[in-house]
Design a protein around this ligand. Structure first.
Ligand code: SF4
Length: 587
């Protein structure tokens, strides 16, 4: 089960045991940890490290030396495994081109050049598993997971996955590290515990690391998660002085991770929420973690874009359409040109920042009044963006569209939904026989000089953004399209954050922490008008993503719709603030 590890070392707890992981080359945190252990009266032979002594920080050799000199029992982390082999990367398995991949290239090369041969030989000999006998139970201590040294296991992961991993060990539970966030779960009476990381804060908005103390009792043991204060300013200063990327130095000071590539949605939603974990008695179930509040409030700073939902009817029924458009869904009726006219009349006097009118559906070109509405907006001097699948409904209006383009030039933008750069990838989402007609429409727009943009969805778990852009670049070159696949405005990519665990929304603390780094939401600068079927008045809603929810209905005038929006819908978290893509591009 564990290659090259015929005998699993066993440590028997004679008193409290200190479990820690992820010193991450942070010598300030590692020294603070030993100070804490002394204060708690825990000797080094009752300390166990779950690996990754070396990672982002400035002092890899000093951290290794400190832990080795104290003879702390240590399981091999993927960083130790890779350094021992002089491998080219950290072995986390990050997607090519992802932010983690880019950053790890920098810090791993730095660490590899600074860890000496003796340390690498020591790393090569580390066990991949250590067992701990405590309180009548035997726990398997590994780095990532029993099945794989670099598997990220988080507190929100599904119970069957945890159960399968625990079953591989034959033990009463697993203690692991690697993911950097502490948590405790009981799964069918067996334990999974992660003590967190000492060398990098827990994305909770505080500059603290975490470790755990396990204390045996007669019929079990308790787990006490413990925060670790360390000189975070000195650690960040040392990283900057060493020329390491700013990203992790900033994270050590702010307590917020530089990117969320590896985080499931529930962990993202807990961003900047200070941890206060309880003591857990084993056996016994840990208290359920409280969901972060969904209390972020976003004011309309200025109205820049007014979206018009032309109606939900569409010639396609795409898999995963967030608005559930189809040939039968007319929950949003065709909007009438008079409604747009009255809103544009209102905007003329009171919305000086309004620059763009966006048309989305359904398929906008199925609305019989689409051409007069486009013309009205263009005649008033607005930029117009119409989102289309470029299939037959658009092609039927092509002469009229060309005439508008001749009259208004680049003020008329057309964005074509092409969900993949291959026919099979596109049709997997949009249905059989949808590729050729869409491509024909895109070819016609390109040939007529529209300079169309393209929008696509992708699953970051299956492919990185860089891979998707490279694929589209190939298609555009083959077709002779003058579309720059590297330009996020010309190829708009929506990374879909798959989640089995929706979260209720966005906490104010998380919004503030991420806003200062450029996170955004459409409801800050846009609104959308919809006509719900059977209703006598049109409604203005906060954004294109939430046309049906009554609490996001902001009235029927632009003036009324200017009030703030509470981000208390799962989409606010999943697509906008914590999603791998921004909702700003809309569709
Ligand atoms: S889904 Fe996005 S744009 Fe819409 S209200 Fe929520 S945060 Fe704002």
């Amino acid at each position: 089960m564990f290659d090259g590890e015929p005998v699993v070392p066993l440590i028997t707890a004679t008193g409290p045991v200190l479990i820690f992981g992820g010193p991450y080359s942070n010598i300030q945190a590692t020294e603070a940890l030993f100070d804490e252990a002394r204060r708690l009266g825990i000797a080094p032979d009752q300390m166990i490290c779950t690996g990754d002594i070396v990672a982002y920080g400035a002092d890899p050799q000093a951290c290794v030396d400190l832990i080795r000199s104290h003879r702390v029992a240590t399981v091999m982390g993927n960083c130790e495994e890779q350094l021992a082999q002089n491998a080219p990367d950290c072995g986390c398995g990050f997607a090519a081109g992802s932010a983690c991949d880019r950053l790890s290239a920098g810090w791993f090369g730095y660490a590899n050049a600074r860890v000496d041969a003796a340390a690498k030989r020591w790393m090569a000999g580390l066990p991949r598993r250590i067992d701990l006998a405590i309180g009548g139970r035997r726990l398997a201590i590994v780095h990532g997971a029993p099945s794989r040294i670099n598997r990220f296991v988080f507190g929100s992961d599904p119970e069957p996955m945890l159960a399968d991993e625990i079953a591989l060990t034959g033990a009463d539970g697993v203690i692991a590290g690697h993911c950097g966030l502490g948590f405790t779960r009981m799964v069918g009476g067996k334990l999974w515990h992660n003590a967190g990381a000492v060398g990098l804060p827990a994305n909770d908005g505080t500059p603290r690391g975490w470790f755990s103390v396990l204390t045996p009792h007669g019929d079990g043991f308790s787990i006490t998660p413990m925060p670790l204060a360390f000189d975070h300013r000195a650690a960040a200063f040392a990283m900057r002085a060493a020329g390491l990327a700013e990203d992790y130095a900033g994270a050590i000071e702010t307590g917020v991770w530089p990117n969320f590539d590896i985080l499931p949605l529930p962990e993202r939603a807990a961003t900047a929420m200070p941890l206060a974990p309880a003591v857990i008695a084993v056996p016994g179930d840990p208290p359920a973690a409280a969901a972060p509040p969904a209390d972020a409030l976003v004011a309309l700073e200025r109205l820049e874009t007014l979206w018009v939902n032309t109606g939900t009817l569409c010639n396609l029924a795409c898999a995963g359409c967030y608005i559930e458009s189809s040939p039968r869904n007319d929950r949003l009726a065709y909007i009438a040109p008079e409604i747009l006219k009255s809103l544009l009349d209102e905007a003329r006097d009171v919305q000086p920042d309004l620059r763009e009118i966006g048309f989305t559906g359904g398929e906008p070109f199925m609305n019989p009044a689409i051409m007069p509405m486009l013309g009205d907006a263009l005649d008033r001097g607005y930029r117009v963006l119409v989102l289309t699948n470029a299939m037959r409904p658009m092609q039927r209006h092509f002469d009229a569209l060309r005439a508008l383009h001749a009259a208004h030039g680049a003020k008329l933008g057309v964005r074509v939904s092409l969900d993949h750069f291959t026919p099979s990838g596109h049709e997997a989402l949009r249905g059989a026989d949808s590729w050729q007609p869409a491509l024909a429409g895109l070819r016609a727009l390109d040939a007529a000089g529209f300079a169309p943009s393209v929008a696509a969805r992708f699953d970051p778990a299956l492919a990185s953004e860089a891979e998707i852009r490279a694929g589209f670049a190939g298609l555009f070159a083959e077709e002779g399209f003058a579309i720059d696949a590297a330009d996020p405005a010309a190829l708009v990519l929506f990374a879909e954050l798959a989640t089995e665990t929706p979260v209720p929304g966005v906490a104010a603390a998380a919004w503030q922490a991420l806003r200062s780094r450029g996170a955004d939401a459409m409801c800050r600068t846009a609104r959308m008008v919809v006509q719900r079927k059977g209703e006598s008045r049109a409604s203005i809603v906060a954004c294109t993503l939430l046309p049906y929810e009554a609490r996001f209905d902001l009235g029927s005038t632009l003036a009324a719709s200017a009030r703030p929006v509470t981000l208390d819908h799962p989409y606010c978290a999943q697509f906008c603030v914590f999603g791998a893509s921004s909702c700003m591009g809309a569709r």
